[in-house]
Design a binder for this molecule. Structure first.
Ligand code: BT5
Length: 321
């Protein structure tokens, strides 16, 4: 019933809808409507109630799971979608849900905002309203090096999707950051649990600055970031972005399981921000500076540093020219 009330509020979000109109169209009492509205507010939905006028939903970035699911028939990623107006972190919430019940593979958790969004290596991911913050569950039966490649596979997929909305080409910064016009627009965080050759589960978290305004981010981060709103010059419907992204993620995942990394690697290379450029990265305590000549079959970054070819399997890249 709450989903139905939400749907009505979303459809009429430019105006107020009265309690009696809602009650009539959904076949329940006005008191029941009021109780559901209070429960929705408790969950974090921003709903204004004005006596004599009714209710209005103020959250434009809201995701409607039913509509997205009905447009994704027979697809693994997104077969179940849950939207929460506020969470600590979608990765954390999905992880907790695995303990509480047995969510099917492909389950997606989306948040309107995250209070403790996570980046890689213990870093923080700023997640104000206006972004698309979501995670999904996979149970791949792959050896660890193949599972690790998924972070590159999903970066390729994400760039392809975002290019449909950005109006300006997005590129990948190894291993899986998405940049547009020289600034970060999206990031990916993979978290695995299980044994080396037998992942119990994999949680893939994706953060996309859809309608985020840079002054809603801390200044130091805002200066190096952008959003679909900023690069395209227009507000974008987060539901459309999520639908497109989930379709592409599913099709790249299937392609990877079926045919491996070869073709996706070529696409990664063609969409990579720094191939052929001078970069700086680290291996252990060492700083490695040199030309990024290749991304190999295992997803390693290959750097020509003086006379040595150095293979980097994990870390961050700084582009020097
Ligand atoms: C990432 O980490 O880029 C992975 C981000 C994954 C976020 C998603 S949101 C849904 C899911 N639930 C979670 O809790 N997390 C995932 P990393 O490469 O470590 O980049 C982190 C760095 O990016 C930070 O140290 C900042 O410098 C910068 N940053 C933080 N918030 C940002 C934002 N909204 N936009 C652009 N850059 C940001």
């Amino acid at each position: 019933m709450r989903q139905k009330i939400l749907k009505e509020l979303v459809q009429k979000r430019d105006s107020f809808i009265s309690g009696s109109q809602l009650a009539e169209s959904l076949g329940i009492s006005r008191v029941a409507i009021w109780k559901h509205i209070e429960a929705l507010k408790e969950e974090g939905y921003d709903i204004t109630g004005v006596s004599g006028r009714g209710y209005q939903l103020n959250d434009n970035g809201i995701i409607i799971p039913d509509e997205i699911m009905s447009s994704l028939p027979q697809q693994l990623i997104g077969n179940q979608i849950y939207y929460y107006p506020r969470l600590d972190s979608t990765n954390q919430a999905l992880k907790r849900s695995i303990k509480d019940y047995h969510p099917p593979e492909g389950t997606v958790y989306v948040a309107g905002k995250q209070e403790e969004g996570k980046g890689r290596r213990g870093r923080k991911w700023e997640s104000p309203p206006g972004g698309l913050w979501f995670s999904f569950l996979l149970r791949p039966t792959l050896p660890l090096p193949q599972t690790a490649l998924l972070s590159l596979v999903f970066a390729v997929s994400l760039v392809k999707s975002l290019n449909l909305f950005s109006g300006s080409p997005c590129q990948i910064k190894w291993p899986n950051d998405v940049y547009c016009q020289g600034r970060k627009i999206a990031g990916i965080l993979l978290e695995m649990s299980g044994e080396i050759d037998n992942a119990d589960y994999l949680i893939v978290g994706i953060g996309i600055n859809v309608n985020v305004r840079m002054n809603d981010l801390p200044a130091a981060i805002g200066a190096n970031s952008t959003s679909l709103l900023e690069v395209s010059g227009q507000a974008i419907d987060a539901n459309e972005v999520l639908l497109t992204v989930l379709k592409d993620l599913d099709s790249y995942y299937r392609e990877f399981l079926k045919n491996g990394f070869s073709d996706i690697r070529l696409e990664f290379k063609s969409r990579c921000l720094h191939l052929g450029k001078v970069i700086e990265t680290t291996r252990g305590q060492d700083i490695i500076r040199g030309i990024n000549t290749d991304i190999d079959e295992l997803g390693n970054l290959i750097v020509q540093s003086q006379d040595n070819l150095v293979r980097i399997s994990t870390g961050d890249v700084k582009v020097l020219n």
